[in-house]
Structure formats: C-alpha cells, structure tokens
Design a protein around this ligand. Structure first.
Ligand SMILES: *[C@@H]1O[C@H](CO)[C@@H](O)[C@H](O)[C@H]1NC(C)=O
Ligand SMILES: *[C@@H]1O[C@H](CO)[C@@H](O)[C@H](O)[C@H]1NC(C)=O
Ligand SMILES: *[C@@H]1O[C@H](CO)[C@@H](O)[C@H](O)[C@H]1NC(C)=O
Ligand SMILES: *[C@@H]1O[C@H](CO)[C@@H](O)[C@H](O)[C@H]1NC(C)=O
Length: 494
C-alpha cells in the first residue's frame, strides 16, 4: 500500500516544482487600496460617526425650578427626585437605538450631580437619598449594565462658585472636578465643553489647553466636543440641522470656543486641515430641561431632524430630559419608540439589493476587490466601490430593476471616510432624468426626494467632482411611508 502512495506524492511534487520553474513569479496579485487623502478621522472619531444617534440628559436643579439657566443661588434642598431610576433612562436610550449617553454632571447653576469633594453645592446637601446619592454613579452603572457608553458635560460657566472670574483659582477648581469625573467613573467616551455664558457673567479665561491635555491623559478613547473640537465640533445651531453641504473637515485655527462663525461650523471646509466632524444637538422638547408645560416634538419633526443631521454627515445628539420624579416622561418614551420604529421601517429594506449593478470602471479590474457590488454589503467603511485611478471621465454607478420598476423616495449614499472625505459634487438620475443633486457626501447622505415617490427602471449616481477618486461604501434606495410631500396617497413601494 505504501509504495504507490509515495510515488503519487512524488509525481505531484515534481509537477509542482516543474511548474514553479516554468512560471517563476506566478503569484496572486491583489490590488491594494488607494492612497488616503488627508485629513483622516482618528479611531475614536471613526467609532463616533458610526453611532449616528446619541442621547443627552439634562437634569439638575432646573428640573425643579422650571428654568433653563439656573441662577446659582438655588437651595440644594429642592433637588428631590422621588422615583429617580437611571435604568429607565438607559432603557429608553437603548430602545431608541442609542449607544452613547451624555449627562449634565454640572450645568451653569453649579449644582453637582455627584458628591464632589470640592464643593457642597451638590447632591450631598439635597434630601435625595439623605445626601448619600450619586446620580453620575447610578447613570454609569445603568449604562454599563446595558453595554451603553457614557459621556459627561461639566459646564465651564459656573454661576454658584465664588472662584468664577478668578483665572487661576477657578481653573484649578474646574480641573479638580474634571479629574474626579474622569478618574472615578470608568471609561468616558465623550466630554462636552461649551462656551455658553450670560452677557453679565464675569470675564475669565478658561485654560482649554490644560483641560484638553488632562482629558486625554485620563481617558485614551474619548472624544472632546466643543465649538472648536478637538474631537467633535458643534454644528452652529441648536435646531439639529447641519448645512446641506457638510464637511467633516475644517480649519481649527479659524474656530474659537463660544465665538465661532456659525455658518462655517455648519458647512465645514473642503480645504480644511483638521478632521473635526459636526454633532447636532437638539432637544426632543422646546427646552433642554424638563418643564411641565412642554411636550415632545412630533414624529415628522423628529424625522426632519434625522434627515438634516444623520442624513447630512452628522451625529444627532438628541436631548431627552428626565422629569421631577427622575424619570423620562411616558410621552417622550412613546415618541422615541415611534421614531425608532419609523427609522427602522424606512431603512430595513434596500430596493437596490434586487437590482443588477454596474459602474463606469473598477479599480484592479474584474477581481480587484473594488467592484460596485461592495456598496450593497453590510460594511459601510472598509468595502467600497472604487473606479480606476486612470479614469478621467465621469464616475458613475447604476442600478437596474430586473423586472418591476423601482418605487422609492429616499436615496442613501455613504463614502468610505476611512480614506478621507472626497466627494464634492454628485447627481442622481432616474431613467436618464436628473432628480436630485448635492455637494459632498461624507459618512452618510440622505436625499429625501422633494418630488416624493418616484418610479423608474434605472437609477444612476454620478460623481461630478471630488478631491481624489471617489470611494463609495454603501448605497440604498428606500421607501419612507411617512414622507408624502405632495399628498400622493401612495401606499408602498410595490
Ligand atoms: C469683559 O471684558 C470686556 C472687554 O475686555 C468688557 O467690554 C466687558 O465689560 C467685561 N465684562 C465684565 C462683566 O467685566
Ligand atoms: C483652510 O486651510 C487651508 C490650508 O491652509 C486653506 O487652503 C483654506 O483656504 C483655509 N480655509 C479658509 C476658509 O480659510
Ligand atoms: C408637527 O409639529 C409641527 C410644529 O413643530 C407642526 O408644524 C406640524 O404640523 C406637526 N405635524 C404633524 C403631522 O402633526
Ligand atoms: C444642483 O443642480 C442645479 C442645476 O444644475 C445647480 O444650480 C445647483 O447648484 C446644484 N446643487 C448642488 C447642491 O450642487
């Protein structure tokens, strides 16, 4: 038995060796990805883009006084949430599809939701849990139990602390509190700084460079939010709307906290030297804090915000204020359920997956790994369609219905931002007719079509201008049953 087996192996090895001699350099040649175009997101920013939706909780003495900006003279005895349950807050966030939640550890009134060593204007002097409670700890514990990440807001402006206005003393005090928050509560993924300040507030200088350096020292994977970043920038308004042109790139040197040009923040800068993407903060209600007289925004307002934030290359930071009892009001919980269910309904079906697909060209040829089919997989960053470098003509990608016409009212396009934000202009055609156009794309661009529902056999997306060859990671053709601008009375995509 042994002998024939040996001679067979021998024959195979000999043949293989001979082949190697005849074709010495034959090996699989895999086309590498194209060069990136700077600036690029860092690892924490890339993770942040993918969250799409994060949640803010404004809670503190204002919740009990019906104010938006406290005076700093509130008696801590008014802070007495009778049923505070951070688990209910986080459950609400999870149901809304949120993976990061941010708490106002201290707002402008200076009242601290944790028992800070450096002040007695805090939960320590409140009747809540006989002064033994710690809202930040309960928030962190509830988040951790549900696998949700945590962020914190520590207001620079402090209307209670007597040191405010004295540069050295107040900056020392502020940094001490920052160290308490970033040392004692585990991982913090976002820290929120703003320049909000009343016109009569004492003048003082915040030592932002010291603050940022301290933050980075204590938390390695954190994103620092402010008007000027350095991790994430403000979008320039509190409506939740980014510009219809929205670059992740901007020149940080042109920004200053509390003092930036809102239009520049809103649109970013195609020539920007810094990757500093916009975050859209807006409240589900009119105010940031809970007020008995206010109600949550309706579904169509929330969807409008979604399309103008997430759909414009931003992350939406939606504020949902806990009430006097220390719970998210049932009306807000229900509205968020409706909102999540609407977003899931709209995007759960991608009509493009039923189409045949072709493109103007593809990098690396037939098996190069950069074909247009990559825009239909579930990876929205690292698999993408890339045209050939040499291709100087227009770049396009086209979907053709195999039988019945496509009926849709939303087009989703995503760039492979891991290699830079590139696209400067694009157009969408249905059966040869231009139906929409826009400028840059970024992580995600949603076109909710002004014409409403369209029907056609072919959809072509043309990239008309870009900083380098365009890289498209995902495309979707969707039907939004809540979008009916012309009262068409359409009932569905089929
Ligand atoms: C702050 O400084 C500016 C200019 O330096 C001055 O106009 C303003 O009156 C000052 N405000 C207060 C409250 O001192
Ligand atoms: C941003 O910086 C780049 C590079 O220096 C420059 O080309 C561009 O003009 C700047 N943008 C603005 C608005 O000044
Ligand atoms: C939603 O609320 C807005 C005001 O914020 C109002 O203009 C709009 O008509 C409402 N939409 C619906 C469908 O109720
Ligand atoms: C869309 O196309 C129109 C007509 O060509 C043009 O005027 C407009 O500037 C374009 N819009 C964008 C955002 O590119």
């Amino acid at each position: 038995m042994a002998k024939p087996y040996n001679s067979l192996s021998c024959l195979i090895i000999t043949t293989f060796t001979l082949l190697q001699l005849i074709f010495p350099s034959q090996q699989v040649k895999i086309t590498p990805p194209p060069l990136p175009i700077l600036p690029l997101p860092n690892c924490a920013q890339l993770k942040w883009h993918q969250r799409e939706l994060i949640m803010f909780f404004h809670f503190g003495v204002n919740t009990f006084t019906d104010r938006e900006w406290g005076t700093g003279h509130e008696n801590p005895a008014i802070f007495n949430p009778t049923r505070l349950d951070a688990n209910q807050w986080v459950d609400t966030a999870v149901q809304a599809g949120v993976s990061l939640i941010i708490l106002t550890a201290k707002h402008h009134d200076g009242f601290c939701l944790w028992p800070s060593k450096y002040t007695d204007h805090s939960v320590i002097r409140s009747p809540w849990k006989n002064g033994q409670g710690d809202v930040v700890q309960e928030f962190v514990n509830a988040a951790k139990a549900r696998g949700v990440d945590v962020g914190l807001y520590l207001s620079p402006w402090d209307r209670h602390d007597k040191r405010y206005g004295n540069n050295k003393e107040y900056n020392e005090h502020y940094l001490a509190q920052l160290q308490e928050l970033l040392n004692n509560y585990g991982d913090v993924k976002e820290i929120w700084f703003d320049g909000a300040k009343g016109s009569n507030a004492p003048n003082m200088t915040y030592y932002f460079d010291d603050w940022f350096a301290m933050v980075r020292e204590l938390q390695s994977t954190i994103n620092i939010f402010s008007d000027a970043g350095p991790g994430v920038r403000w979008v320039g308004n509190e409506d939740g709307f980014a510009g219809s042109t929205s670059w992740s790139t901007i020149n940080r040197t042109l920004l200053s906290i509390g003092n930036s040009n809102a239009d520049y923040l809103n649109s970013g800068d195609p020539k920007g030297t810094d990757w500093l993407p916009p975050e859209c903060d807006v409240s589900i209600r009119k105010g940031w804090f809970w007020h008995k007289s206010q109600a949550p925004k309706n579904l169509s307002d929330l969807l409008e915000i979604y399309y103008k934030s997430v759909g414009r290359n931003c992350v939406l930071l939606l504020n949902v204020p806990p009430n006097k009892q220390g719970l998210i009001s049932e009306s807000d919980v229900q509205r968020l359920k409706e909102f999540r269910s609407a977003v899931d309904t709209i995007f759960s079906t991608n009509l493009a997956t039923k189409c045949s697909i072709k493109a103007s060209s593809k990098r690396g040829g037939k098996n190069g790994g950069f074909g247009p089919e990559n825009v239909l997989d579930n990876d929205h960053l690292w698999t993408y369609w890339a045209p050939r470098d040499e291709d100087k003509d227009e770049h396009w990608i086209e979907f053709k219905a195999k039988d019945k016409p496509l009926r849709f009212n939303v087009v989703r396009i995503q760039e492979a931002i891991g290699l830079g934000q590139r696209i400067k202009g694009h157009e969408i055609y249905v059966d040869g007719m231009k139906i929409a156009n826009g400028t840059t794309i970024g992580y995600k661009k949603l076109h909710r079509l002004e014409k409403g529902m369209l029907s056609g056999h072919s959809v072509r997306i043309k990239i008309i201008e870009s900083r380098a060859i365009p890289l498209i990671s995902s495309i979707g053709l969707h039907f939004d049953p809540f979008w009916n601008p012309n009262g068409q009375g359409d009932s569905g995509p089929f």
